[in-house]
Design a binder for this molecule. Structure first.
Ligand SMILES: NC(=O)c1ccc[n+]([C@@H]2O[C@H](COP(=O)([O-])OP(=O)(O)OC[C@H]3O[C@@H](n4cnc5c(N)ncnc54)[C@H](O)[C@@H]3O)[C@@H](O)[C@H]2O)c1
Length: 253
């Protein structure tokens, strides 16, 4: 019987799949029966893919620096070669650089915009070309609370994540009638390596953030799995251009 959330046998690319939120979403998709190509910057991507295969999942590792444009195209082609087809794209890679806005180095600006925004658009474009041929596909971008707020000391990240939300909306408008759903998840404060600097309980900002989260705890990769599977499945067929907070209630407090 057709199940709304059934994604058994679907083929997915998950960038940033070697750790953090990307790792968990890749794992969630595989637990739901998908074959997944994960993309990461170092040889660790092969180790992680091997570990997943040893658990009985179908996983491929593709190494690439998504901050370099030619490598973005190459990574996508390598994923397609490994998978043979594509139903789901999850853009879950990203970097953070912190410095007060007036002194923010332009090299950091370029790095963050290239990794967090330019590569996301290219991967969405490449995925859309494949998905349009069969009139079906699910694109899931990872936005941020910083798609809604400005943040502090992170101007490039704010520009990139605002951009990810806007690209998600525009691509949804362009593609929805042709069978492709483009949506985003905006994680709240998640305990991953990206937030190492904030995760010190002695840091006043840690206390400030934790006190504002109605769930009273930071999120984890596990918390991303359900929304990811929803957006990857027929259950979200009428959802387009949404930026869904998965944030323990932080945004609306
Ligand atoms: N952790 C949070 O609180 C939080 C909140 C909102 C949004 N996000 C977003 O979620 C996504 C995942 O973040 P995370 O918390 O898991 O961080 P993380 O640092 O644990 O993981 C980031 C991943 O991106 C990959 N990556 C970084 N630069 C890359 C590059 N140049 N090429 C290819 N891959 C690259 C890394 O290898 C890693 O797998 C990012 O887009 C991040 O901006 C995270």
């Amino acid at each position: 019987m057709h199940s709304l959330f059934d994604i058994e046998g679907k083929k997915a690319i998950v960038t940033g799949g070697t750790r953090g939120l990307g790792y968990s979403m890749a794992e969630g998709l595989m637990e739901a029966g998908c074959e997944v190509a994960i993309v990461g910057t170092s040889d660790k991507v092969y180790e992680v893919a091997d570990e997943f295969c040893k658990k009985g999942f179908r996983c491929h590792g593709v190494k690439a620096d998504l901050g370099k444009r030619e490598q973005v195209y190459r990574a996508f082609a390598d994923c397609m070669e490994a998978l043979g087809d594509l139903d789901i794209l999850v853009n879950a890679h990203g970097i953070q650089r912190r410095c007060s806005s007036e002194a923010f180095p332009m090299q950091d600006w370029d790095d963050v915009i290239n990794v967090n925004l330019n590569s996301v658009f290219i991967l969405c474009q490449e995925a859309a070309k494949v998905m349009l041929k069969k009139g079906y596909g699910k694109i899931i971008n990872i936005a941020s609370m910083i798609s809604f707020f400005g943040g502090q000391t992170i101007p490039a990240y704010a520009a990139a994540k605002g951009g990810v939300a806007q690209v998600t909306k525009c691509m949804s408008n362009d593609l929805m009638a042709r069978g492709i759903n483009v949506n985003a998840i905006a994680p709240g404060y998640m305990a991953t390596k990206m937030n190492e600097a904030l995760l010190d309980p002695e840091n006043p900002r840690y206390q400030e953030i934790t006190n504002r989260i109605p769930a009273k705890r930071w999120g984890s990769g596990e918390d991303m799995k359900g929304t990811c599977i929803f957006l990857a499945s027929h259950a979200s067929d009428y959802l387009g251009g949404a930026v869904i907070p998965v944030d323990g209630g932080y945004l609306v407090k």
